[in-house]
Design a protein around this ligand. Sequence first.
Ligand SMILES: N[C@H](CCC[C@H](N)C(=O)O)C(=O)O
Length: 276
Amino acid sequence: MLLKFTKMHGLGNDFMVIDGVTQNVRLTPEKVQQLGDRHFGVGFDQLLLVEPPDDPDMDFRYRIFNADGSEVEQCGNGARCFAAFVLERKLTGSKRIKVQTKGGPIELRVNRDDEITVDMGLPKLEPWEIPFKADRQSITYKLEVEGRDEEIAVVSMGNPHAVLLVDDCKSTPVERLGSKIQRHNRFPENCNVGFMEVVNPGEVNLRVFERGVGETLACGTGACAAVVAGRLQGLLEPTVKVNLPGGTLTITWKEQDLPVLMTGPTTRVYEGHIRI
Ligand SMILES: N[C@H](CCC[C@H](N)C(=O)O)C(=O)O
């Protein structure tokens, strides 16, 4: 089959976006890995598959696959690219798009400046919701890594995140620490690992070692998880500029029982076809 796709990115977190509404697409983990290979395939951090919803209250279903072939619950940068994709391909005319994902419903709003705000839903903080092995919920936890106790926060945005505070993102050994924490035995489904440097209560620098990929240039759910963790530790204001290696996202989390909102850009790089 000749498969049509669009290559997109959100601040350098890059995606192969496939219309599964007008194309009949069957993906296996092996096929996703082949497509994700940056030498022998298209190459991406995640593959995003747009499908009709099976929930009548939703406009679309949006499935997310990491480059290692694993299907995951949520992708923040991908959600913005998904919205731009369905609008551009006239799969919807609505400026408010309700989307079913494996990690729960999200809502996308197209702003006047064409930036997209995503209502990412409520953060989940109970250890069993992450999932994370702990006797009780806490603002932070001690996690033994390389014989040392690291202090981490754990947040789910539908997908699991560990968030560590660091003095300086640039000099943090993200690959070494991230790869160990990502597959720590207290995270039964592994996790994404964010390293956050608080610049001031309205601004942070962040690097994220993503589950199933490695360090990416940006991570939308990681930015949301970092702001939630920082707010719960009394370090951040409700709206925060999150500076990632690929660019800046604006994250708002007013208070505990309100959703996390993420605003940022999307970029379409090219349209392509590939025989699968
Ligand atoms: N690697 C993540 C999925 C993609 C998240 C990221 N690209 C984002 O923008 O949120 C996971 O395994 O949970």
